[in-house]
Ligand binder design. Structure first.
Ligand code: NAD
Length: 368
């Protein structure tokens, strides 16, 4: 099975879908990896490192298997052979034209964001691997954006108080942000609408913000809060937001714009010099004043809203992503051949286009 990894073409994308250590493992599976020259350059992985691992630098898009980070361009899709298996992030709701082109070119595309969030799929879960790195980076951004330090420090002229950091949205990214800020010496607190994350927040050294209101409803589903309950939640959160030196927000709802979880009023009431690191910028941000990709000052606070955060850690982000792809392809290769078993819930869940059809229902609605 021939694999090809093109150079990423989208602006500010520094990751690459293959690293030398993974190339060596793919070869053991019977896959022959090749890369476009310079594919690893932005991640500072030289062509020679891939050659040393047994990969070919050169090759072309006529391979049976293609890995990339971002979706291919329309021109790249036209260069692929019909029937090619492509694995990459797509985010179909933002890319209807690309999705139609993949369908019309008969590409079998597995979209990494569609890999199910099940226990068996954890090793292929690129959303989680990239979110973990983003969460770590958000804590560093908070530390470097503040005009004070995170840890308690005792000096000859007395001691400095540790910073307070509030993380809102304690999923994969939020928990790494909490753990990292804690290791840097901050006092950390976590909040999430899912009350079951309380123990996870505590396990990384954080305090869970208890609003005193549980959204747990019948059958384990969240229920709608009454107006009175909503007011109570807002009041508790306002207090924590306004006590924090830095707030890191990571709240997102799959396939939807980021929920606005901090209001302008709450921001204007923050401490002078406070910062918000908004990791939800890609989906529009967690505050109404977030400008994705920009840093803005609002009253006493600064909102930092970086885009494509994993790309800032391109070497490790590429490494984890390539391992996710290796594990995914492990489900497709039988006796050195590509065999797609549609009974496999991971492959069936992640497939976006196949045999001239858009297989994912949400993507089909967005593209047609
Ligand atoms: P995500 O990036 O979609 O969302 C981040 C967090 O924001 C979530 O914890 C969510 O509950 C929270 N959130 C949403 N709306 C909010 C609001 N209004 N206020 C505060 N917080 C809000 O999610 P994610 O980090 O990719 O995953 C979330 C969880 O899914 C994980 O923590 C984990 O429990 C589970 N998960 C399981 C597996 C697995 O079993 N293989 C894999 C990945 C994730």
């Amino acid at each position: 099975v021939k694999l090809y990894v093109p150079r990423e073409t989208r602006l500010h994308e520094k990751r690459v879908a293959l690293v030398p250590s993974v190339a060596a493992k793919l070869i053991k599976l019977g896959i022959e990896p090749s890369l476009q020259p310079g594919a690893g350059e932005a991640a500072r992985i030289p062509d020679s490192a891939f050659v040393d691992a047994g990969a070919v630098v050169g090759g072309d898009a006529s391979a049976q298997l293609i890995f990339s980070v971002q979706p291919p361009s329309l021109e790249q899709i036209q260069q692929m052979q019909p029937g090619t298996v492509l694995c990459c992030f797509v985010y179909a709701h933002r890319e209807p034209e690309i999705v139609r082109a993949l369908r019309d070119r008969n590409i079998t595309c597995f979209a990494m964001e569609l890999v199910p969030r099940t226990t068996r799929a954890q090793a292929m879960d690129a959303l989680s691997s990239q979110a973990a790195l983003a969460g770590y980076y958000a804590a560093l951004l908070a530390a470097s954006s503040l005009n004070r330090i995170l840890p308690m420090m005792t000096t000859a002229v007395g001691s400095l108080r540790p910073a307070k950091i509030l993380v809102m949205g304690a999923g994969v990214a939020g928990l790494q942000a909490l753990a990292t800020a804690k290791r840097l010496g901050a006092m950390v607190e976590g909040y999430d609408v899912r009350p079951e994350v309380k123990e996870q927040v505590e396990s990384v050294g954080g305090k869970f913000v208890d609003t005193g209101v549980s959204a747990a409803g019948a059958g384990g589903y969240a229920r709608e809060l009454t107006a009175e309950e909503q007011a109570k939640v807002a009041e508790v959160l306002t207090r924590h937001i306004q006590n924090a030196d830095a707030v890191i927000t990571t709240a997102s709802i799959p396939g939807r714009p980021s929920p606005k979880i901090i209001s302008e009023e709450q921001i204007r009431g923050m401490k002078p010099g406070a910062v918000i690191i908004d990791l939800a910028a890609e989906g529009g941000g967690n505050t109404p004043l977030t400008q994705p990709g920009e840093t803005v000052e609002v009253g006493p606070a600064t909102i930092v809203a970086p885009l494509n955060v994993p790309s800032h850690l391109a070497e490790h982000a590429s490494e984890l992503y390539a391992r996710n792809l290796l594990n995914l392809v492990g489900l497709m290769v039988k006796d050195g051949e590509l065999t797609l078993d549609w009974e496999d819930d991971i492959l069936a869940g992640a497939v976006l286009t196949h045999a001239g059809e858009i297989k994912n229902e949400t993507a089909r609605k967005a593209a047609e």
